[in-house]
Ligand binder design. Structure first.
Ligand code: PAF
Length: 274
């Protein structure tokens, strides 16, 4: 495995190049992306870069977990060919002032609650694509909205990159794997699986049984029944456009339920097909 700090060191690729962009603090979710990438591509490149432009809250950027030595060990074991772990100056030699138009995908849910977040994601991912020049790139469905936005951006910019979404990886108790889970206090970690319990029960029993608005209300009420959790939003939206649904429609799988929940100081997101 070759560790590159500079864009110019990323050369000598062979065959189909697959790319897994990350912000480090790696866990099973990332490793599932690496596995999918290795199975589909000849060369696997992983980036580790905590992108300042996608953090709308400076405290969140400061506290974001950074575990580079452990990350490199995991990636070596996972059979990665290249790790690109650049400095901020390498990615942004000058401030990035580009403003993206994501066709409304960024105006709901995370976009509404984290102003500027997706523009920062667009900046860094397009920059990383320019440097790494992959044929394929792999993203997790935990950040379902991010995945939709990246697909949109790739189509809009006409980039010859195939984007693959990979299923959410969960802990045994159902909590979606996230680098932020490491920041949870023990009592909030113990409370957090309740989010997925509520979402899975909702997916089983609410579709068609009550109105969409009532389903959202009940999901928020049930999550908030745990005093250590506070729902920021519950949305039921179409899986492709991400626009909020007002009715259930007739084909299952076309709608997803999305939540953001505050667990102490840590903000968690999750989503399920409903
Ligand atoms: O999902 C992430 O970890 C980040 O948003 C990404 C795609 C690596 C861009 O910084």
């Amino acid at each position: 495995m070759k560790l590159c700090r500079r864009a110019s060191e990323l050369a000598e690729y062979t065959g189909t190049v697959g790319f897994v962009p990350t912000m480090g603090a790696l866990h099973e979710g990332h490793l599932s992306l690496v596995k999918a990438c290795r199975e589909a591509c000849d060369t696997t490149v992983v980036s580790i870069f905590v992108n300042p432009t996608q953090f709308n809250d400076p405290k969140d950027l400061e506290s974001y977990p950074r575990t580079e030595a452990a990350d490199l060990e995991l990636l070596e074991e996972a059979g990665v060919d290249f790790v690109f772990a650049p400095s901020v100056a390498e990615i942004y030699p000058e401030p990035d002032t580009r403003v993206f138009d994501f066709g409304g995908l960024d105006r709901v849910m995370e976009g509404e609650h984290r102003p500027g977040h997706f523009n920062g994601v667009g900046q860094v991912v397009s920059r990383l694509f320019e440097i790494v020049r992959p044929h394929r790139a792999f993203f997790g469905e935990k950040d379902f909205q991010q995945l939709a936005i990246i697909r949109h951006m790739v189509a809009q910019l006409g980039l010859p990159i195939e984007i693959t979404g990979c299923p959410i990886v969960r802990d045994r108790d159902g909590l979606a794997r996230s680098s932020r889970n490491a920041l949870l206090l023990p009592e909030h970690r113990a409370a957090a699986p309740h989010i997925y319990e509520v979402l899975s029960e909702a997916a089983r029993s609410l579709r068609g049984a009550v109105s969409v608005a009532e389903a959202k209300r009940r999901i928020a009420e049930q999550i908030d029944a745990n005093p250590l959790l506070k729902t920021e939003y519950v949305e039921i939206a179409t899986a492709d456009t991400l626009q909020p649904a007002t009715e259930w429609g007739d084909s299952s799988g076309d709608l997803r339920c999305f939540v953001a929940v505050q667990a102490g100081a840590v903000r968690l997101i999750d989503n399920v097909a409903i």
